[in-house]
Design a protein around this ligand. Structure first.
Ligand code: ZN
Length: 192
């Protein structure tokens, strides 16, 4: 089932995710719905908050992006093909950013038509559970490292506008304000 993607201004986007305690049939269905929703929206990542459920679950798929490479290393230094791990499901992820800060363009399904350069560490160590609840561990670089950091931020109620430098934030401010007003108006209509 394709889920509705919440837009900026919806308070659920600021909620911290609850840890997933067990891979129940409901969680399996929710993950399947997240994957379907992400593919339908042509997103490279989706966090549970964005579809209204503040849980520590994110899905990623970088296969459609050909002009921005992704890297993955497993078992220490063995380089792996990230495409072989897509779509990726990370449950209760913990990340440790590494490497130097690099600016790079980002968008967000909760901020349609709004883009900005965000500085982020170039690599990230990831520990999480996969969709079967098995522990996984790897290091990511390139676009995948950026996408994972963007999604794990969502899981803690942090949005990409929070990471923009002041100049970028000024540039997008009118569009962000307008989006927030539109979202608040539609939430008010839905609850009246
Ligand atoms: Zn996002």
């Amino acid at each position: 089932m394709i889920l509705r993607v919440l837009k900026y201004g919806d308070p659920v986007l600021r909620r911290k995710g609850a840890p997933v305690e067990a891979i129940t049939p409901e969680i399996r269905q929710f993950i399947a719905d997240m994957l379907e929703t992400m593919a339908d929206a042509r997103g490279i990542g989706l966090a549970a908050q964005q579809v209204g459920s503040p849980l520590l679950i994110t899905t990623l798929d970088i296969r459609d992006v050909k002009n921005r490479p992704s890297y993955m290393w497993i078992n220490g230094q063995d380089e792996a093909d990230p495409e072989a791990f897509m779509p990726m499901i990370l449950i209760n992820p913990k990340i440790r950013p590494m490497g130097k800060l690099e600016p790079g363009p980002e968008g967000c399904l909760s901020f349609p038509e709004i883009f900005g350069d965000i500085p982020r560490p170039s690599e990230v160590e990831v520990e999480a559970l996969d969709s079967e609840g098995r522990p996984i561990q790897f290091r990511a670089g390139g676009l995948l490292a950026r996408a994972i950091q963007h999604e794990v931020d969502h899981l803690h109620g942090i949005l990409f506008i929070d990471r923009m430098d002041s100049i970028t934030r000024q540039e997008v401010r009118p569009d962000v304000e307008e989006l927030m007003q539109r979202t608040k108006a539609s939430l008010a209509r839905a609850s009246s």
